[in-house]
Design a protein around this ligand. Sequence first.
Ligand code: PHE
Length: 456
Amino acid sequence: MVKERGNFNSRFTAIMAMAGSAIGLGNIWRFPYMVGQNGGAAFILVYLFSAIFLCIPIFLAESIIGKRTHLSTFGAMDKLAPGTRWKWMGFLTVFTPLIILSYYSVVGGWSIEYFLKSLTLSFSDPAVGMEEHSAVFGRFISSAWTPLVFHTVFLLINAVVIVFGVRGGIERFTKLTTPVLFVLIVLIMLYSVNLPGAKAGIDYLIHPDFSKLTGSALLSAMGQAFFSLSLGVGCILTYASYLKSDEDLLATGFFTAIFDLLFAIIAGFAIMPAVFAAGIEPGAGPGLIFETLPFIFSTMGADAPWLCDVVSILFFLTILFAALTSSISMLEVGVAYLVDQRKMSRTRATILLFAGCWALGVLCSLSFGPLKDVHVFGMTIFDACDHLTSDFLMTFGSLLFVFFVGWKMKKADVRDEFTNGGSLRLNRKVFNVVYFFIRYVAPAAIIVIFISNLLM
Ligand code: PHE
């Protein structure tokens, strides 16, 4: 069975694939602006805390289900709880990543456009002001055609990688791009922290301002940690189903989480010092990377235009790669379901889901322009897809997975899977603590987050 489905060749490639899924627009686009809006270092502390105590247990719960069954969400739940309704819960999680992919690929498309722009050296003109950059971005996303073309191209790249399978596609792609992402972001950070005036940005990231840490900032930090580790949507479960049976789940989970956290923090240090150096307010919001940063590049362009061109090319390439390594994991959840359960060929499954995500993505993309007055629950289609998934479906999915492992599966089976039949010493030692977090702490915390999101 495992052989037919494919698997990851080594621990290194498995971690690169999982870390690739985790590291994405969430780290470079969402994290820095949320830090900026919610009190800098204080937000980062809550984020770290929830990643370690809440997200790692959820991550482990998902990977226990995946590796135990070597099946995707629906089949895995069905195998572990046969004859129950759990499989339909698993089925639900097939849709969440596809909805995320639909709007994510719109932003992925924007990053292609901006990468191409950086290649034509369009950001080094110091005469172009902030308003102009915002106007250019506003015109671009609200136009009908160009964003759609790039949305399509972005999704097509995903489809091609997925068609090549677990080893030939996902593994081959992520074992190269994930390490490259780290090199790129470190280079950008080194540049950024050495800019004149960068110190204020560094201080902002290391001195917590707890007065800004409101209830909603706390919730955002936790939600961001979920989003960043790709939890609750079956991506980690599906990737874990491609692990070899003797793989160490604690090690893969630990390194994936560490790489993701590290990347988010380095991205913060790559962006905030530059924002402060250019004299801009840190709470710029979602437009940060497409409006503020091009402006920052152009202010730097006055002194060293070539350096500014190089940094802007590297920066938009980083965003594009980061988006791609995440989006392929979203598409894989649905493809794995169709291949495992419906016995469809990989190619057919990919084409089918490509079409579905493309269509919903078109609506999301147009919701910045021609469809901007179409509202769902009082939001544009793009915002509705984002909120529905990150505030509800992801938390709900996470609850489902921890609940399943903590309360539905037999403790002996969970221990067996986590310790590989008792053969991993460290895992044996920490098992009781991990199990306690999966069974009690994580579900309680998720329920609080879920209800608070409902009330907000
Ligand atoms: N973790 C990804 C990011 O940080 C987003 C993601 C969400 C990926 C859900 C897969 C599933 O951008």
